[in-house]
Every structure is written in structure tokens, then in C-alpha cells.
Design a protein around this ligand. Structure first.
Ligand code: SIN
Length: 279
């Protein structure tokens, strides 16, 4: 079976219709999906009838479960977390700032899956910015400079007790648990080489990049903010519009992403798993 792929009009993002992911997955189908995912970086599967077991089966087939700190899973599952906002919730939007999932871990997840459970009739799009494209068009001299840098990642801005989702965060329906371990840091090259495609990508975001080796905190902050405006220019951003029943899978090694609002008064729930880094 050859899958029909509709490309988005951006440099990343594609939609696949007419495939059923609710049951056991044929290895040939898995291999086709993985190669479409590596090419387009973000792939949506429309009109699915998947439950949490199917989401787990799909995640296992794509590479196995990643580590998920700071979230409690939903009841009855070890690996599925709910991205949830109740209709009357007033806490700040979750994940509204650009990031690559859990980039502060020594082995950040290769990908993330998000399954639509309750989709509002308006708003709640997810934005993706193509980090291979962001790097590719830079002048060679700038590329060389960026390649020489090491980024310091940490979950502290979000998940430390003093962070956005920490002690002062009230009324949130998502099961986030902040703790002191969020202050730990881990270094990654600023420019990574994708282990499966060999492409170079910028691996940084304001959410999790808290320093650059050799720069003062002030210099690093200014550098990261300036770089992020380059990383998220309109021409390399794909706006994903959710449909009921949709499954989305993205590659954390080649895109950064963020949530958007615009659905005040409506409930939004998606179930999320992460795909482990390639061994
Ligand atoms: C996330 O960053 O995991 C959530 C994205 C979204 O809610 O659209």
C-alpha cells in the first residue's frame, strides 16, 4: 500500500489520509510512515479511530517510549499524558513558548505523538518551525560560528518550583508536577546532526536553552532570543489545524513547536506520548 501524502505549503508538515492505525501495524507500513516522517518532520494522520492502546502500539512501533519527566500519566497508562485545558480554565496556556520536547534530557525524545481527544471548534492550532531550513539558508561563516557553540539546556523556566508551572501555578487541570530536578542542566551542541537523515538543524529554544557555553547569562539570553526570531520566521512555520480523530507525530530533532490559544470557553484534550531517541 502506497500512502497518499498531502504536503503543507510550508517547508515541513504533511497529512496522510486513508490509513487505519487503530489495529496491529504492518512492518512495511511502519517503515513507510517513518520515512515520510523523516522527510516532512511533522505528519498528521486524519480520521483515526485510535484509543490509548492504539496510541501506545503506534509509539512502540515508531521507536519505543521516551522518558517523560514532570507529567503524571493518565490513569491506567504509564506512558500517555493528557494535554488538557478545561473550558473554564484561566491558568496560562500550556506550552505557548517555542521548544523541542524535553531537550534538557541527556537523550531527548526523537519524536512526539499527539492524539486528538476533544478538539475545540476554533483555535488551538500547533505551530512548527523547521530547524533544518532555518540553518540551511544561513551564510557559511554564520554556520561555522553556530557549529562552534554549545547550548546549556534546563527545564528550570517551566518546571522548577519557581517556574511557570511551579508553586505559583494554580487552577491547572493538566497533571504537571514541578520539582527541584528541573534546575539540572545538560549540554548539547547548538547545531545537531540528525542521526537518521544526516541533516544539520538548530537545536535551541527560549523555553529550555538557559545558557551558551562561554557567554555571560545576559549575552546568552540576548543571543537565544535573537536566534529564536530567526528560527521561527513565517516562511518556515507550519500551522497545524486540528481535526477530531487526528493523530500527529513530529520530529523533535528537526522542528521546534508551540501551542496557540483562541479557544476560550471550549475544552481541549489531546493524548501525548514521546518516541525514544534512536539507540
Ligand atoms: C506540546 O507542546 O506538547 C503541546 C502542543 C499543543 O498543545 O498544541
Amino acid at each position: 500500500m502506497t500512502l497518499a501524502v498531502e504536503r503543507s505549503d510550508s517547508s515541513c508538515g504533511a497529512t496522510i489520509r486513508g490509513v487505519d492505525l487503530s489495529g496491529p501495524l504492518d512492518p512495511e507500513l511502519v517503515s513507510q510512515i517513518r520515512s515520510i516522517w523523516l522527510q516532512h518532520k511533522v505528519v498528521a494522520f486524519a480520521d483515526q479511530q485510535m484509543d490509548d492502546d492504539a496510541l501506545e502500539r503506534f509509539t512502540l512501533a515508531m521507536g519505543g517510549f521516551g522518558e517523560d519527566p514532570f507529567f503524571d500519566p493518565i490513569a491506567g497508562s504509564e506512558h500517555v499524558a493528557a494535554i488538557l485545558r478545561e473550558a473554564d480554565e484561566t491558568s496560562g496556556l500550556f506550552a505557548e513558548s517555542w521548544h523541542s520536547d524535553w531537550s534538557f534530557l541527556p537523550k531527548p525524545p526523537a519524536g512526539t505523538c499527539l492524539l486528538a481527544v476533544d478538539i475545540p471548534p476554533v483555535g488551538g492550532d500547533t505551530l512548527f518551525a523547521d530547524q533544518v531550513a532555518a540553518f540551511a539558508v544561513l551564510p557559511e561563516e554564520r554556520k561555522e560560528y553556530l557549529r562552534s557553540l554549545t547550548a546549556i539546556h534546563s527545564a528550570q523556566r517551566g518546571y522548577a518550583p519557581s517556574g511557570l508551572y511551579g508553586d505559583a501555578d494554580e487552577g491547572r487541570s493538566m497533571a504537571i508536577r514541578s520539582d527541584e530536578s528541573a534546575n539540572e542542566t545538560f549540554e548539547h551542541p547548538l547545531i545537531i546532526t540528525h542521526p537518521e537523515t544526516g541533516e544539520e538543524a538548530i537545536f535551541a529554544s527560549f523555553s529550555y536553552t538557559v545558557g551558551i557555553k562561554g557567554m555571560s547569562d545576559e549575552e546568552a539570553l540576548a543571543f537565544v532570543l535573537d536566534l529564536q526570531s530567526w528560527q521561527t520566521r513565517d516562511e518556515i512555520v507550519y500551522r497545524h489545524r486540528w481535526e477530531p480523530g487526528m493523530l500527529l507525530m513530529w520530529d523533535n530533532r528537526s522542528v521546534i513547536h508551540r501551542a496557540t490559544g483562541g479557544y476560550e470557553g471550549y475544552r481541549r484534550e489531546l493524548h501525548r506520548t514521546t518516541i525514544a531517541a534512536a539507540a
